[in-house]
Design a binder for this molecule. Structure first.
Ligand SMILES: Cc1ncc(COP(=O)(O)O)c(C=O)c1O
Length: 346
């Protein structure tokens, strides 16, 4: 175990560039708690990190792009799904930092439509290449190919396909966990559980922070995607890669990771009824917007656990809102289906 101060000192030694509005607020959701008749619920507003609608990648990119600038990069090569929040936030950061940004995006699970994140990618000036590769290693290979081809033209490339980028991203969520702990202490709240959407770096960093601080809160990563490899092992690897960047021994084992595939539904990028209900509930009870692919599904898990009696009055839950709201506009048809024409819930 190490102290929050020591952890912060180690984090502060890493290369970093300022992109996010930090610390993000920690707010209580009394009308959501009342609707569910259960525990107190708090929300950590990482949707409010700023920079082109915010989200968890603004934190990630402080450390990833800090490394890129230190290495003298002039070009970023990123990639993911066509409605990727990661790519939108990275392209915006590239615009701010004066870097050229190439995005390799797949239409594997979503249509090519100038909406949501894809629209914003264009607006902030990204250079875009489309394919229909499956998410995960096949797409990562395409990103690497693009990076290699730009390198061969003499560009100084930094790419998300480099595993070190993902370790740096995880460090940012180790820091977010320390920030959250401090805010809970200030508000005199002892958290029983923390829910968040993650299939990788965000969870890796959070589980590392929990282990290093010896925190007893139950951390639950709700997976948005089923990878063709073991997600818990992947998160443990990311956590330990982050530990190494911080000059610490590997600390996280598989037993420390709790990652649930139970709320993915039909697949990555496909909204679920529970997720859509959670979006509507939070919007109508608290005026806070979630997205259908990540945070709606994670909030759906929290709501389901309260309804099945896992959490009771007198306990405290935290939901980490990791962003993703521009995707609401791409999913306007799915959203319209849950309302009648007068805007009432159908
Ligand atoms: C809104 C949102 N939440 C959560 C995640 C998951 O983040 P990670 O891949 O770091 O686990 C993403 C990833 O793109 C996201 O866009």
């Amino acid at each position: 175990m190490i102290s929050p101060q020591e952890l912060r000192t180690r984090i502060n030694r890493l290369p970093r560039v300022s992109l996010a509005h930090l610390p993000t607020p920690l707010e209580e959701l009394p009308r959501l708690s009342a609707a569910l008749g259960g525990p107190r619920i708090f929300i950590k507003r990482d949707d409010c990190t700023g920079l082109a609608f915010g989200g968890n990648k603004a934190r990630h990119n402080e450390f990833i792009l800090g490394r890129a600038l230190e290495e003298g990069a002039d070009t970023l090569v990123w990639g993911a799904g066509i409605q990727s929040n990661n790519c939108r936030q990275t392209a915006a950061a590239a615009a701010k930092l004066g870097l050229e940004c190439h995005l390799v995006l797949t239409t594997d699970h979503a249509e090519m439509e100038f909406q949501g994140n894809f629209l914003l990618d264009h607006l902030v000036g990204a250079r875009i290449e489309l394919n229909s590769e499956p998410m995960g290693p096949p797409l990562w290979n395409k990103i690497k190919e693009k990076a290699d081809s730009l390198k061969s033209e003499g560009r100084r490339v930094f790419t998300i396909a480099d595993p070190a980028s993902r370790f740096a991203a995880s460090v940012s969520y180790t820091e977010a966990l320390v920030e959250l702990r401090d805010q809970l202490d200030e508000q005199g709240v002892r958290a029983d559980a923390v829910y968040f959407s993650s299939g990788g770096s965000t969870g890796g960093g959070m589980f590392l922070g929990r282990k290093l601080l010896g925190w007893d809160a139950d951390l639950r990563a709700i997976m948005p995607i089923e990878w063709p490899f073991d997600t818990a092992e992947y998160m443990a690897k990311l956590a330990n890669g982050a530990a190494e960047l911080l000059g610490l021994e590997p600390a996280v084992t598989l037993q420390d990771i709790q990652a649930s595939p139970d709320y993915i539904g039909a697949g990555y990028g496909i909204p679920t009824p529970e997720g859509m209900e959670a979006i509507s509930l939070l919007a109508r009870r608290e005026g806070i917007l979630l997205d259908p692919i990540y945070t709606g599904k994670a909030m759906g898990a929290l709501v389901a656990d309260i309804r099945r009696g896992r959490w009771r009055k007198g306990q405290n839950l935290v939901f980490v809102h990791t962003g993703g709201t521009p995707a609401l506009f791409y999913h306007h048809r799915d959203l319209a289906r849950i309302f009648d024409t007068a805007g009432r819930e159908g």
